[in-house]
Structure formats: structure tokens, C-alpha cells
Design a protein. Structure first.
Lengths: 348, 503
């Protein structure tokens, strides 16, 4: 094997990018498992469709660009994007929703910018946002969590529904789907009702957050903490994002507890933990300096809160992340650390 | 004492064994010695011997030709066989001029002139003797040491830091020196302190060397105040700026020197060499080298004569084992590859590492940067290696300078940590050289422009002078004509002849 480098250092830390991607996928497993348990096998169908679509789209685009398949196809980054999108999409989605979203994410948001490392926008979130804007109905069709529905789809039923839209006899779509906790809370609060009025009445609210979703968030939190221990990700983005979400929520909730969701609810509903630990921490599209990461994370959290509370969508993580992606070059520029031996940031 | 922790750094596997525990061997006389004329930062030395000349051990064979230069001495007595290009240890792999000596086996010293009381000696005299002894920094950078004994008229140095950290994996030559010859290091430190006017001395040793710490502690005393400070084992704790910061909390300014903040730092082996130069009158002709790696049969630390061919050193250690992937001079983080083992050991050689694939780990091809920021997390200079990489790669040399490329100490932490296995240090070295080349071009163009302007001015001035002389001549002739017409005489032949000649 020819020696590939002619300069020091001649040592290196380890397996590199594929290793990092493997750690992220491993950390997603607990949350994915709880998601499947609570919301049915549709999650697995989505994951499968996203994975196949991602690998196919990446292979096709790499060939069209004249690039080699290894190492780009085998570095695991397409798998991670597919997994994140597959976990974020509603389990009752028709098959073309995950496929379209994934193809958009890989081809447009990633490969057309130059492939891994060159994309300014988080590919999974770009795909999600495109689907949300183009297909709002299909994107809001979540099933009832298993604690309420009493039965959840098996794998074959989920596959059949995804590919054909057909449900088991005796069920129709309104019977199996249910508004998410955030969705219901938004419509009820918009009608001027207080939390006390509607929260006890609707089964979709659990003790901390949305029923089922709170467990999913807990599992993603566990996976995220494991990644912190393994040093796969750094603490700045998740901590700042959770703080950016919880602090405004706490302040505004304190002024009017009955008309606003509290900070704990925000932290354990929707895709908060998935967003904070897995989506916003995407290294390619996040800020790179330590202070920059705090600002970036905080921005993601605050914008998520703003969209959830005053915006037009029940969950705002995708848009928050994409908006902060746009701000990253500026954030990086103004948060450069002081170089050793220099008195100011720029002066020698 | 209170220690400070520099930013970043890496916990590397030290790999000091088995070389560091092996029996420390004294120098052997090889079949021939190759003494390159350029063994340190600065200018090449100039030979002062001729082929066929017999030289004594310690005799100067090449003199310092420039300020940033020190002489080269014969490591043993023998005959000068050649002064020609030979393979020398350099990253380029190019040959360079060297003096080749064939030992006569007598190992006969010339008359040495030790200094019995250096305290009675003037600082500049001490510096000249250190320079005349050919002492350079033995930590790897090989900077002429006499310059670092001179703080200059404007600076006051209060602390001498001795660098015994030895943070790079595999290297243990300083550890061995500290364990076996601590008194020489301490004696050298006293000389250096006197030359600098320093008040106290602090010896930094990484805490994975308890034997060295103990030996040095036993060797120091309170006059002048010296202290042994164990520092945490963290690469690159032995970097000059890093050890100074760890021990004193002072940051060496970006475009300045340690002396600017009252500190001077010398490697422990350099201090021992200064002791030999002054107290024994012996020039720098040998040093301790770690010979190690999976590709060496019997790894050990040896004292070696400068100029010993590397091939003979390896043979002395049992020869190569199978599977040597790279022969490195220095450590795996900052060393460079030697392609021809006929190259000699030079003053800067601290380690010879015959590394196998198992030593170095798998080969990786570089993939695109994923902007993870791990490089910035480990950089001891608190730079943004990622940005330096983008700018160096794009050729934005001004942006690279703004982001601090010349603050990079090329320690290799960034490239080690990079998950994409990008050869970052190679990019920075390339960019630095591009910037220097650009500077040289600018200066050359500037000089050419100034010379051209000066020439144009000179030609204009000569033209004006010629015109003035011409006009004056004409006026003179007119006056003569007027006078001649009045006198009714014809203008002389000589006058018109002069006119024609001047025209």
C-alpha cells in the first residue's frame, strides 16, 4: 500500500467519520425503539424506505457527479440523514412521503452543494421542511400512542398502509390517527381555553409532555447523554438549545400559567430531544467555535419556542435549525477565540 | 507551585518502553563520520579543513560564517576524507555538503580550555565560548543556543525554564540524561542563569518520569534557587510556549520571544552541553539518541557521536526487524521521514524511530472536512485549524495569516484528532512557505522597482547636467564670437572643434 502522507504527524486517533456515524446510529436505537413501541411499526417502514432511498439517491448522484462511491457512500452519513428523517416523519405517512423527502435531502440539500462537508443546510431538516410545506396534511397524520389506541399496527399492516393506503377492516383513518399533544395544545390555546380545561380532558397529554412522546423524548435524551459521554458530540449545542427552549418557556409561562405550556412540557414533547442531541448537533451545518455553538443552540431553542407558541406549525424544530444554519458563517466569524499569545482576537 | 493548563492537547500512549528502561550505552566510534555543514536553524558553516588533513577530537572543522550560525567540530580524531554532497537528514531527502572523516581509532582530544570560574567571566565572553563550542538546542529545533543566552539590552530575564518534559511518544533521551547525568544539567543551568542574569530556575518534567524527577531533585540545591516542577503528562507539554505557560502562567507574545516576558527556555540536554562547553571546554560532539520502534531488534538509548551514519546505529542495536514502514527522525507527531539511512546523526537528532504498521496504525485516505471542530478543541495555540485549512487550501494567504497561521507550532494535534484524516499540518507548512515566498518576491520586486526608479532619476539628472553644460558652452562661444567680431578676428578652430566633440 503506498504511503499516503509525507508529513507529520504519522499517528491518528481512530476510525474517523464512519466511526462517528456508527456512534450516532447506535445512540438513536433507544429512542427509535420507544417510538416503535408507542406509535407503531409505521416508524420501521419509514426508516426502511428512507434508508433505501438515501443510499440509492446518493449512489446515483455520486455517479452522475463522477465521484467514487467509496468512501462517500460508505461513510454512514447518508444512513444518519435517513434515520433522522425516518424518525421525524409521521408513522402514518404514505410511502412516497419519506422517499420524496429523502431524495430531496440527499440530492438537493447535500450532493448538489458538493457532498458531505459542503452543505450549508441540514439535509434531513431541509427534506422535512420541504415536505411540511408541500404536504401539510400527510405530515400531520400521527397515530394515537399505544396507551390510548389499545392496539397498534403490526409491521405487515403498516407496510400495507404505507404502500396502498389500505387499513385493516373496521378501521378508518380518523379512528387510528390523532392530533399530537403540541398540535392539540396549539389549537386549544388559540381558542382561548386554559390548560386546566383541556389537558385533563384529552388523553393525549401525559404527566410531563405528550403521552408516548414524553417517553420517546426520554429515550432520545438517554442516547444523547451517552453520546456526550463518548464525546461524539460536544455539550454546547444541546445544552444551549434546551436552555433556549426552556428559559423563554419558563418566563412566559410564569407570567400566565394557564395560557402557556410550561418548560418541562416543551422539553418532553415533539422532537425536542431528537432535535437538541441529534439534529442540531450535525457538525457540518452547526457553528464550529465553542461560543458560536452556544449562540447557535440558543437560537435554535428560542426560534423553536417562538414557532410553537406564536407560529403556524405545531413543532418548529426543522425551521429553527434551518434558520440558524443560515446564520452560522456570521456566528463563526464573530466568535473566534483569542489566539494564544495575542491580546485581542485580531491584534497580534 | 501553581501550574497552569494550556488549551487543548492530547493524551497519547507514551510508548517509552522498552527503550527507556534498556541499558544506557556509551558512544561507539563508527566506520566513518558524515558532518553536514548545515545542522541547525540559520546559515551553513564553512569548512576550514582540507581533504587529507588530520584532525583531533574536538577540533573545529567548519566555522560560523554568519550570525545565525555555529561551528562544527570533529567528534573523534581522524583524517578528512572528503568534503562533498552526502545524504543528510532532511524532509526533502536532498543531499547537502558534508565533511567526511575517517576515524583513526585514537580518539585523541585537542587541548581543551575549561573555565574554572564562570562567575568571574563576562556574559558576552560566556556566550562566545558557547557559540564556539557549537552548542545548539538539543530538544529538536536546533536553534543556536548562544543567541538564547543574550536577552538583549532592553529585556530583563528573571526565570530560566529547563524543558525536561519530553512529551512526544517514543522519545526518552532526555529522561535518560536526567536519570544518569543530573549534575551536568544543573551545572549547565547555573552557567546559563549567570549569563542571563536570571533569578531562579524551574525545571519542568512530565509526571510520567518519576525517576528523572527524583534524580533532578536530588541534584539541585538552593543556590541559586532551582525547583523541579512535575507537569501533567499531556502532549505537547514540552512545546516551548506551552511549558513556559504551564510553569509561569505567562503567554509568549505572538510575534515576540520568551525573553519579552522575562523567561528563557532551554532543553535539559542543551544545559548539559553548555556545562561541557564551559566547565570542561568540550565542544558539542555527541548526544543521547533514542533508537526505538517495532522495527528495531534491541531498542535503547545510546550516546552517539554526531555524524554517525544511521545505518551503523541501527546495526549497533541489532538491526532492523521485518516490516519497517517508515524510518523517522524525531517522534511520530513532529518527526520527518528519512529515506536513506546512510544519512548521519546530527545535532538535532533526538530519536530514530523505525516504525512498523502496528506502531503507526492503519493508513487512511483523507475525506472532506465535516466541520466537527475537534481540531480546534485540541489546538494548544487556540487556533481554528479548520479555518486555516480552508484558507490555506483556497490560497487565501492573507486570511490564513489573520487566523494566525504563524502561531501554529506544527505539533500535529489537529491532524491527529481529525476524523477525516486530513493532513492539516502539511497544508499549514505549505501555506507558510507560500507566504514566505510571496514576501521574498515582494521584497525583490520592491528592490528592483527602487533600483529602476533610481536609474531613471540618474539618467534624467545626467541628461540635465549635459544640457546645462551644453548651454553654458554655447553661451561661452557666443561671448567669444561677440568679442572676436568686435576685434575683427575669426573664431578659432579649437573652439568649434571642442563644440563638435562635446555635441
Amino acid at each position: 500500500m503506498p504511503t499516503l502522507t509525507t508529513s507529520s504527524p504519522f499517528l491518528s486517533a481512530g476510525p474517523g467519520v464512519p466511526g462517528i456515524m456508527r456512534q450516532v446510529l447506535a445512540a438513536l436505537v433507544p429512542g427509535a425503539a420507544v417510538l416503535v413501541w408507542q406509535f407503531g411499526a409505521g416508524v420501521l417502514v419509514n426508516l426502511a424506505l428512507c434508508t433505501v432511498a438515501a443510499l440509492a439517491a446518493e449512489a446515483a448522484t455520486l455517479r452522475a457527479r463522477g465521484r467514487p462511491l467509496t468512501p462517500f457512500l460508505t461513510d454512514g452519513s447518508a444512513l444518519v440523514s435517513a434515520a433522522l428523517l425516518g424518525l421525524a416523519l409521521p408513522p402514518l405517512a404514505p410511502w412516497w412521503l419519506p422517499v420524496l423527502g429523502t431524495v430531496f435531502a440527499i440530492v438537493v440539500a447535500k450532493q448538489l452543494y458538493g457532498g458531505i462537508g459542503y452543505n450549508p443546510f441540514n439535509p434531513a431538516m431541509a427534506g422535512y421542511a420541504m415536505l411540511l410545506i408541500a404536504f401539510p396534511l400527510e405530515m400531520s397524520r400521527w397515530p394515537a400512542p399505544v396507551g390510548i389506541a389499545g392496539q397498534s399496527f403490526g409491521l405487515l399492516e403498516a407496510l400495507r398502509f404505507s404502500l396502498t393506503g389500505g387499513l385493516p377492516p373496521g378501521l378508518d383513518i380518523d379512528a387510528v390517527s390523532m392530533a399530537t399533544a403540541l398540535d392539540l395544545a396549539r389549537t386549544e390555546l388559540a381558542r382561548g381555553r386554559t390548560l386546566q380545561e383541556f389537558m385533563g380532558a384529552a388523553a393525549v397529554f401525559g404527566p410531563i409532555g405528550g403521552r408516548g412522546t414524553e417517553l420517546v423524548n426520554g429515550a432520545f435524551l438517554a442516547g444523547g447523554l451517552w453520546m456526550l459521554l463518548r464525546r461524539t458530540i460536544t455539550w454546547q449545542v444541546p445544552a444551549a438549545m434546551l436552555a433556549g427552549l426552556a428559559l423563554p418557556a419558563a418566563l412566559i409561562w410564569a407570567t400566565d400559567p394557564q395560557h402557556h405550556l410550561g418548560p418541562l412540557f416543551h422539553l418532553f414533547s415533539g422532537a425536542t430531544m431528537l432535535g437538541a442531541f441529534f439534529i442540531a448537533t450535525d457538525p457540518v451545518t452547526a457553528a464550529t467555535t465553542p461560543l458560536g455553538r452556544l449562540i447557535y443552540g440558543a437560537g435554535c431553542g428560542v426560534i423553536t419556542y417562538a414557532i410553537r407558541t406564536w407560529g403556524g406549525y405545531p413543532d418548529g424544530i426543522a425551521f429553527a435549525v434551518l434558520l440558524m444554519n443560515m446564520a452560522v458563517p456570521t456566528i463563526d466569524h464573530f466568535t473566534r477565540p483569542r489566539i494564544f499569545g495575542r491580546s485581542g482576537r485580531r491584534s497580534p | 507551585m501553581a501550574l497552569h493548563r494550556f488549551h487543548g492537547g492530547l493524551h497519547l500512549d507514551p510508548r517509552k518502553e522498552p527503550a527507556s528502561a534498556a541499558l544506557f550505552e556509551p558512544a561507539f566510534i563508527p566506520s566513518h563520520l558524515v558532518l553536514p555543514l548545515h545542522q541547525h536553524i540559520g546559515a551553513s558553516a564553512e569548512p576550514v579543513v582540507a581533504t587529507g588533513q588530520h584532525v583531533l577530537k574536538g577540533e573545529m572543522v567548519a566555522r560560523a560564517a554568519d550570525y545565525l550560525c555555529v561551528p562544527v567540530h570533529a567528534p573523534t580524531s581522524g583524517v578528512v576524507r572528503a568534503i562533498e554532497d552526502r545524504p543528510v537528514p532532511h524532509a526533502s531527502g536532498l543531499a547537502a555538503p558534508a565533511i567526511v572523516i575517517e576515524p583513526d581509532g585514537q580518539d585523541q582530544w585537542l587541548d581543551r580550555a575549561p573555565v574554572y570560574d564562570f562567575k568571574g567571566m563576562d556574559s558576552s565572553e560566556l556566550r562566545n565560548r558557547v557559540r564556539a563550542a557549537g552548542v545548539v538546542g538539543l530538544g529538536g529545533a536546533a536553534f543556536p543556543s548562544f543567541i538564547k543566552l543574550n536577552p538583549g539590552p532592553k529585556r530583563r530575564v528573571d526565570i530560566l525554564v529547563l524543558n525536561g518534559a519530553e512529551c512526544e511518544p517514543y522519545i526518552s533521551c532526555d529522561d535518560v540524561l536526567m536519570r544518569h547525568r543530573p549534575a551536568e544539567i544543573v551545572a549547565g543551568a547555573r552557567v546559563i542563569m549567570h549569563a542571563l542574569g536570571a533569578q531562579r530556575c524551574c525545571i519542568g518534567i512530565e509526571d510520567n518520569k518519576p525517576g528523572a524527577i527524583e534524580a533532578m531533585r536530588a541534584a539541585i540545591d538552593d543556590h541559586p534557587p532551582m525547583e523541579v516542577a512535575p507537569v501533567p503528562t499531556l502532549y505537547p507539554a514540552g512545546g516551548e510556549k506551552q511549558i513556559i505557560y504551564t510553569l509561569t502562567g505567562r503567554e509568549v507574545p505572538s510575534n515576540g520571544l520568551p525573553a519579552d516576558i522575562g523567561v528563557v527556555c532551554h532543553n535539559v540536554a542543551t544545559a548539559a552541553a553548555v556545562h561541557r562547553a564551559i566547565d570542561r571546554g568540550e565542544p558539542l560532539i555527541s548526544r543521547i539518541v533514542t533508537v526505538t520502534g517495532g522495527g528495531i531488534a534491541r531498542p535503547a538509548n545510546l550516546e552517539l557521536l554526531i555524524g554517525t551514519p544511521i545505518r551503523e546505529v541501527i546495526d549497533h542495536c541489532g538491526g532492523y526487524r521485518a516490516g519497517v514502514k517508515r524510518l523517522l527522525m524525531g517522534g511520530p507527531m513532529m518527526g520527518f521521514e528519512i529515506h536513506d539511512d546512510a544519512s548521519p546523526v546530527i545535532k538535532a537528532t533526538n530519536c530514530l524511530l523505525a516504525a512498523t504498521q502496528a506502531d503507526l496504525g492503519p493508513d487512511y485516505a483523507a475525506v472532506p472536512c465535516i466541520r466537527c471542530g475537534r481540531c480546534a478543541e485540541v489546538c494548544p495555540a487556540r487556533l481554528l485549524p479548520q479555518q486555516l485549512y480552508w484558507h490555506a487550501r483556497a490560497g487565501s494567504l492573507d486570511a490564513a495569516q489573520e487566523y494566525g497561521i504563524f502561531d501554529c507550532i506544527e505539533c500535529g494535534c489537529c491532524a491527529y484528532a481529525c476524523p477525516s484524516h486530513i493532513p492539516l499540518v502539511q497544508y499549514y507548512r505549505h501555506a507558510k512557505h507560500d507566504i514566505w515566498a510571496r514576501e521574498r518576491e515582494r521584497r525583490r520586486a520592491d528592490l528592483a522597482r527602487r533600483r529602476s526608479e533610481f536609474r531613471t532619476d540618474r539618467l534624467d539628472r545626467e541628461e540635465r547636467e549635459r544640457q546645462a553644460r551644453h548651454a553654458a558652452r554655447k553661451a561661452q562661444l557666443r561671448d567669444k564670437e561677440t568679442a572676436a567680431t568686435d576685434d575683427n578676428t575669426a573664431p578659432t578652430q579649437a573652439g568649434s572643434g571642442d563644440d563638435a566633440a562635446r555635441g
